[in-house]
Design a protein around this ligand. Structure first.
Ligand code: ADP
Ligand code: ADP
Length: 222
């Protein structure tokens, strides 16, 4: 059973823009797949559908075999716990420290204070942010902020990571660091869907690539 299955999915926004048209593909558990295509081709829309920020106009999306169209509103937060999302602009809370930004994901699922401290400090340590817990996002470099965002996405150990142009604001060295982190998470068994318009990120890799063009699935190779 694929961990993500997208079947005949289309998305039309209220302004009548057709962002996706009849998309079908699936990801097996443990896969690392790049989602590429030019700006405006529908990559963000597809990820937004997967983390249930939008609903498809037609077609079906299955996460772990569960059709997201038919689930109750109250189940969406539970589904979202299984998906860590990383954005181009980090989306960190500026008035919270690094520690607090990462801890929030565990607070909402009811971990106690000690469990939170253990988990958060460990994940910050793993991502090379050991000394940064008390800092605020604006005191960090872009690369560090993105690693905080990744820490927040993975601290509750979701089986799926969705990354939307996560390296779009980073220099080549920080970009490589993010790719290395994703590789390592994937090596631990995390399924990764990594959206980027930047073909250099997967040139020469053996990774699977799914390409969108004007909302259609154009090329897929693995
Ligand atoms: P990408 O991530 O590949 O740049 P998007 O999914 O952001 O592509 O956009 C796909 C198309 O949908 C574009 O034409 C874009 O302008 C349009 N679009 C994206 N979000 C919205 C929205 N919230 N409302 C209306 N149109 C949108
Ligand atoms: P333990 O389970 O003994 O605490 P692990 O080696 O499983 O230690 O985890 C070490 C770190 O890696 C933790 O910070 C955890 O958040 C992270 N981690 C473990 N498994 C995953 C996973 N599947 N996806 C993302 N992060 C993970």
């Amino acid at each position: 059973l694929p961990i993500i299955a997208i079947k005949g999915v289309s998305k039309r926004y209220p302004n009548d823009v057709v962002a996706l048209e009849n998309i079908s593909f699936s990801l097996e558990k443990g896969e690392f797949c790049f989602l590429t295509g030019p700006s405006g081709s529908g990559k963000s829309t597809l990820l937004r559908l997967l983390y249930c920020a939008e609903r498809p106009t037609s077609g079906d999306i299955f996460i772990d075999g569960v059709n997201v169209k038919t689930i109750k509103q109250t189940y969406i937060p539970i589904l979202r716990r299984r998906i860590g999302v990383v954005f181009q602009d980090f989306k960190l809370l500026q008035d919270r420290t690094v520690f607090e930004n990462v801890a929030l994901a565990l607070e909402v699922i009811g971990f106690n204070r000690d469990q939170i401290a253990l988990r958060v400090n460990k994940v910050l340590e793993n991502l090379g942010l050991g000394g940064k817990g008390k800092r605020y996002p604006q005191e960090l470099s872009g690369g560090e902020q993105q690693r905080v965002a990744i820490a927040r996405a993975i601290v509750n150990r979701p089986p799926i990571i969705l990354a939307d142009e996560p390296t779009g604001n980073l220099d080549p060295q920080r970009t490589m660091e993010v790719l290395d982190i994703m590789d390592e998470l994937n090596a631990r068994g995390t399924t990764i869907l990594f959206a980027t318009h930047d073909e250099r990120l997967f040139e020469g890799t053996m990774r699977r690539v799914v390409r969108l063009q004007d909302g259609r699935l154009e090329v897929e190779y693995s």
